[in-house]
Design a protein around this ligand. Sequence first.
Ligand code: D38
Ligand code: ZN
Length: 659
Amino acid sequence: MKKSVKKFIPLSLAFSMTIGVTALPMVTSAATTKDKEIQPKITWDQEKGIPDFVSGKLSKKKVKNKGDALAFLKEDNNLFKVDAGEFQVKDITTDELGMTHYRTEMTIDGISVYGSDLYVHVNKNGEVYTVNGEIEPKIENKKWSKQVKLSANEAVAKAESYLELPSSMSYTSEPTSDLYLYQDKKQWLPVYLVELQFLEPYPGREFVFVSAKDGKVVEAYNAISEAAATGTGKKSDGTTVSLNTYSSGGQFYLYDTTKPMNGVIETYTANNRTQLPGNYVTDNDNVFNASAQAAAVDAHYNAGITYDYYYNTFGRNSYDDNGSSLVSTVHYGQDYNNAFWNGSQMVYGDGDGTTFSPLSGALDVIAHELTHAVTESTANLVYQNQPGALNESMSDVFGTIVEAYDGDMDWLMGEDVYTPGTRGDGLRSMKDPTLYNQPAHMNNYVNTTADNGGVHTNSGIPNKAFYNIATKIGLDKSGKIYYRALTTYLTSQSDFADARSALLQAANDLYGESSSEYTAVENGFAAVGINGSGGVGGDETPGSDNYEPNDNINNAFGPLTSGKTYQSFISTTTDEDFFKFNANSGNNVRINLSNLPDDYDVYLYNSGGSLVGSSENARTRSETINHSISQSGTYYVLVVGWNGANSVSNPYHLTVSVN
Ligand code: D38
Ligand code: ZN
């Protein structure tokens, strides 16, 4: 509430500005000719047009007790005099200066007026020297209590259903429900002010104003955010860090409300069980230094750093860029040697103490998990085969970058928690994936059905490409290029070749096609055997099918460049390869299929999907179709093995010439 600066105001003026408050002959008489120079000082509540702080010699009679104080308000006081209702003394204190303070509340028809606290302050001599607070001068004096139709308990039930709280609530203190007169959109009405304190399903100190007339909620707010606190925590590495916490009911929680999020960063413990999210991690004195708290401190602190990285670097507000809560649970299961993102939150095991120490102790692990969430809400790379390995690689890439953002640069993943008894090792290496049984080149791509098609294995190939790039242009620029590719160009089915294209496009956008950054991406991928297959007519990669999936007319690869030779594979008995090209009416098209390892055939379809040409020579004889185009449009070429013919070792050569 805006208040004017404290200043002397002649009483006549005070009087004229006082609306709805009876005049003050008494105060004038209190300032008798004898002490005329002592004018009361008045500050004003400008919204209500009434004084809210008045100091001076205000009382005529001595005020010795509660009754005198009320009598003063009723008879002597004119500045704060109300037309309706009366005052009740709620509290009396006497301080070390010998002054007595009567805290009163305005009531009408026995109902307290919400927010109408008025203090009467009495000095050692029994003189009222200050009156301050808020009154409501404009309420009608009527039988408000007649309008009350709900009981206090019914109001609690209305508040609970308004907040959609579960039926089995456990309150941290007994709900209260008190009747007040309350102004809602200029209308006065009796309400129950219901206060509910709880920790689940979210930390709440909810104040709900329920109309006592009809049970409607007229106002509600959660006061818990006022409990934000700053504590300290001891991490598993022994360092002490500052933590954003909050206090409630005499306890402190790993609950961070300080970020510009819609949600919060909150950390739970599963208490070595597997129920998620588990229970809040609490502490009595906001110093989270017990050894059993270290895993939670690590998770909470590291989630904050990862949030900061994405927010400060890219303006990304949490994993979904919508400020959603970052929820972590530690002490998941028993001796659990892993960590994961479950689609809604991060989960960390304690490890068995030999293979792993508690996994939240590693910032790269936390950034890895959180990046799975970022990927899920952006490119949404499916967690299988090449897209799955790319998904893994993105998590390792940002695991590395976020750890470096925190001042700890290395090329290993999980080294801070993996095999606590062995120094210098990790789970994966970006620099040399082969150290941990990962391929570092397409020549060694692992075809497997295990681990969703080897997502944690083949990630070594794009990881090594990242290493190649980052060692040329640095982590900052690499992070920008990778983030842009992840959030702007990659899609759910993107494979390694698509990642190359996406990263090249991102590098082009940010630094230009002739920049050293662009070249670094090109060379970084070429060195692991991922060349320009995404670009039409580029070099082919031995042993890999660069144009898959092109198994039907709708995902045909192309448009092909006229006259260029494309190498690819019919890799299974049922594989079919579609390509497309554009041609105009009057063009002559020549399709050549050669270098055949087996009996392959070729077919030509028009844009309507009708067969317009074919070549079905026996055995490994080359195939040729000549066709003159009568209608402009997209045409489709189908390469297929006769009777299941295929080869994963020898690529066919396809050339389409449009003249
Ligand atoms: C090694 C050993 C034992 C267990 C594991 C690995 C051993 O050497 O004996 C299991 N494990 C843990 C991890 N990877 N495999 C580490 C984490 C870290 C580095 C992020 C990891 N977790 C997977 C992920 O987030 O991708 O990579 C968890 C995937 C779970 C999907 N169901
Ligand atoms: Zn992962």
